[in-house]
Each structure stands twice: as C-alpha cells, then as structure tokens.
Write a protein that binds this ligand. Structure first.
Ligand code: SAM
Length: 289
C-alpha cells in the first residue's frame, strides 16, 4: 500500500495544491499499475501524463499509469475505457491482498483495492467447515481470501463473465486453494436454483445492482439457517443514515418471502463512496427458514 502523503505530495508538485486535491485520493494502485480516476475534463490530459511520469519515477514498483476514462459499466462491471498516461502499455498485472496473489486484466474483469477491508472482514466471519456461496465472484478475491484465511468446506464462486471464471480457477491454483474454491460460470440465480438450493451456511452478494432482485435466490441457497451479506448502493443525503436505509431495504425484501421464518441483522456498514452522494453499504443478516 502506498502511503497517501506521498501520492498527495507528487500530485501537489505537478499540479499545485488546488488541482491536486481533486486527484490524489483518486489514484488506485493495483499491482504495478496506477489508475487515476480523475473526473472528466477537470484536469488536462497533458498534466495527468506528467503525474503519470512522476509516479513512475518516484515509485519504482509502478510500471504503468492509466487514466480511467470511462465508467465501470455493463453486465460484467468492467471499466469501459482507459487512456494511457505513462510507462508500459498493459492492463494485466498481479495484485496482492492479505497475502494472496491475484492475476487480473483491468480491462476484462472488475477489480478494486477499495474492497480490501471488506474481503478480510468477511473471511474472518467464516467458521471452519462452512459452505459458502459467492454469487458475484469477479476474479475470486472474497472466495480465495476466505479459503486462505479460514477453513471453509468449500466456496462456490459464481460469475457470468467467462474471463472472471477462468481467473478464479487460475488464482485458486496460484494460492493453493483449488480444492476449496469451485468456480461456476453463469447467472447466479439460475445456478443456485438448479444446483445449490439449501447447501450454504453463508452467501455473499457483492453486486449492488442485483442484490435485492436476487435475494430470494440467496435465501433458497442457505440451509434452514444461514448468513447473507447484501451489498447495496444507497443515497447519502440528510434524510437518514445509509446503513439504516440499507437495513430497511433488506428487511422489506425478506419480509415479503414466504420461506423466511425469522431474520436478525448482525451488522451494517458503509463500505465506500461510489459517486456524488452515493455510498456502497453492506448488511449482514442471519436468516431462518
Ligand atoms: C462488483 S463485481 C464483484 C467483485 C468481487 N466480488 C470482488 O470482490 O472483487 C460483480 C461481478 O458480478 C458479475 N455478474 C454480473 N451479473 C451476474 C449474474 N447475473 N450472475 C453472476 N455474476 C454476475 C460480474 O461479471 C462481476 O464480475
């Protein structure tokens, strides 16, 4: 992890204090690649290229710098465009998190270092011999960190992006947990309904866009009792705490399901900001059927 003051100093030296404030918190480092998520048109491309060159000069482990010039979008939640700023022209790298290694291509799979705390938080909740289902697994970060840090029986890891599924398999092998992580390609709801009903002690739903819609499938996936971790996007405005709003959304969805006897919230937290007045939250809920 790069110390933030250093990124701030580099940005300030190139852009001056005022403009640097827009940029330095928006530099993500994934493996040996730096991605600058500057808001469109806020800073000239030439100035961003100067920052890119400075990052490569001052941080020897950074080999390539890109501007995130398109949003994260589409069914695979992949960034739609990047503009090269400095160094090697590649988006493939090896990213390390909590002692695990992940091969990724930033243009083909979702990845963000901003979920790092959440990956470990969930892994620490998993008890030995649990069966876990990760409904939206991406490159396998939650799944593999769970397999490395806890002793699950198995982590079924579903993704609709075929490249993500290939990466889950490769990354499970690199981290020597291929016996614990089973990669499954397809739509999470269809896979659960066809072959994973009533098997899980814990279900992860790290895709806010589908979490409420697919919650009935997560309930179907658990045994008579189990934990579900629901990730949501909610507005952060003056009308209430985003965690409370998230709890209400999940409570409303669970209350409408005939199979649910009881449920109890065991946690709710703000995970990260994802846009102007929009935050990602997670709700942890224990459900009894
Ligand atoms: C936000 S990313 C997951 C991030 C990942 N859990 C991590 O920690 O890095 C969401 C993933 O859900 C996948 N996805 C989207 N729709 C899906 C569906 N219907 N069924 C299964 N996976 C889906 C996308 O391909 C994407 O990889």
């Amino acid at each position: 992890m790069v110390r933030e003051p250093l990124l701030r100093r580099i940005a300030a030296q190139v852009l001056g204090e005022e403009k640097s404030r827009i940029v330095w918190k928006r530099i993500d480092i994934v493996g040996d690649i730096a991605i600058i998520r500057a808001p469109p048109n806020a800073i000239e491309l030439e100035e961003l290229k100067l920052i890119g060159e400075e990052l490569i000069k001052r941080l020897p482990y950074i080999r390539s710098v890109w501007l995130a010039s398109g949003p994260v979008d589409g069914p695979y939640r992949v960034r739609t465009s990047f503009t090269h700023l400095a160094g090697e022209e590649r988006l493939e790298t090896e990213y390390k998190e909590h002692g695990c290694r992940f091969r990724v291509d930033l243009s083909r799979v979702f990845i963000t270092p901003r979920l790092s705390y959440e990956h470990l938080r969930i892994a620490r909740l998993v008890k030995p011999e649990e069966t876990v289902i990760n409904m939206f697994a991406g490159a396998g970060l939650f799944s593999i960190i769970i397999a490395c840090k806890s002793q699950p029986r198995i982590v079924y890891s579903i993704d609709i992006n075929p490249y993500a599924v290939e990466l889950i398999r490769v990354n499970a092998q690199i981290n020597r947990v291929a016996d614990k992580v089973r990669a499954l390609h397809g739509d999470a709801r269809e896979i659960v309904e066809s072959s994973l009903r009533g098997v899980a002690d814990r279900v992860l739903m790290p895709l806010p866009e589908l979490a409420i819609e697919y919650l009935p499938a997560a309930v179907d996936a658990i045994r008579s009792r189990g934990f579900i971790h629901v990730y949501l996007h909610v507005k952060a405005d003056k009308q209430g705490d985003p965690r409370e709003k998230s709890i209400q959304l999940v409570a409303g969805a669970l209350a409408g399901l005939e199979s649910v006897k009881r449920f109890r919230f065991t946690g709710a937290r703000k995970v990260r900001s994802v846009g102007p007045r929009l935050v990602q939250t997670v709700v942890d809920v224990e459900v009894e059927k």
